[in-house]
Design a protein around this ligand. Sequence first.
Ligand SMILES: [Zn+2]
Ligand SMILES: [Zn+2]
Length: 329
Amino acid sequence: MLSKVAKVFVASILSVLLLSSFAVAEIKVNNPYENVKWDSFGQYKGNLHTHTNHSEKYNPSALKPEQLILEYSNRDYDILAITDHNTLTWPWDDYTKENSLKMLPVQGNEISNTHHLLSLFSDFNTTMSNEKEVLKQIGEKEGLAIMAHPGRYNASSKWYANLFVTYPHLVGMEVINQGDRYQDDREMWDKTLSVLPPDNLCWGFANDDTHKVEHIGRDWNIFLLPELTEEDLKDSMITGAFYFSSISTLENVVGCPPIINEINVDEKLNTISISAQNSQKVVWISEGNIIHIGDSVNYKNAKGMGSYVRAEIIGEGGVSYTQPFGIKK
Ligand SMILES: [Zn+2]
Ligand SMILES: [Zn+2]
């Protein structure tokens, strides 16, 4: 027989064990939209990868900077970067004399002697061929970087993951480029997300990579910003407070791609829920596999849930993609 003291002792040990097992079972979500105020923030349409005739002097269909700016402005874009190959097309004063600029211009270029890299928000330029050195120097300039069209290369997911962990200003990779010409881009995104820590994921971007007028307006990013300023844009690119839309990944689109009204993470119910206009189906993907279909996913119970989950919202007018949510078990 145990003494009363021993019984109390055993009981308290058991309750500590029980409580700590609950603590282990708790799952935390890294929500890139955590700070988004859906009812007051603006949704700003942006393209961060375009070329002018400064990239291709001898291509007759290449656009002059003033034409490119006007084409995007006429399509109601809010944010535009000109990213000529190893060339800074900046400032834009000479190109916007004829028309008032309604968009937020982003300084940048496409570093092209390496794995192509978008260098944004600085005057950095180089013909160096070492990705790590290039990324280090973009960081020193307080710029942000995006890996362009990974589907063109044969790099491994571990190589990408190592770069994302080492260089925090490398914010993401393009997963839709120029009308989805490299369809393996999203596969590489999922592979890279699968090996990254859930609190250090990489964001997906959709860009036209415009080389001629026919490339304009097929895929874009929607940045969720308090104000249309460079500071707020940079913040949203760092935290992942944006989503992207595509009309090139579906055939015969009608209308416009889904517009996200709200994303809500409920830590009591263990759910992530999406409300979107023009949505027909929400598909949830983890570790490259579809794990659930429906407006809401239970991140604790869903079978196949790995270290991240992301959603593709499919409508008649196209597909909109959320950023990945980190799932910390
Ligand atoms: Zn490129
Ligand atoms: Zn390009």
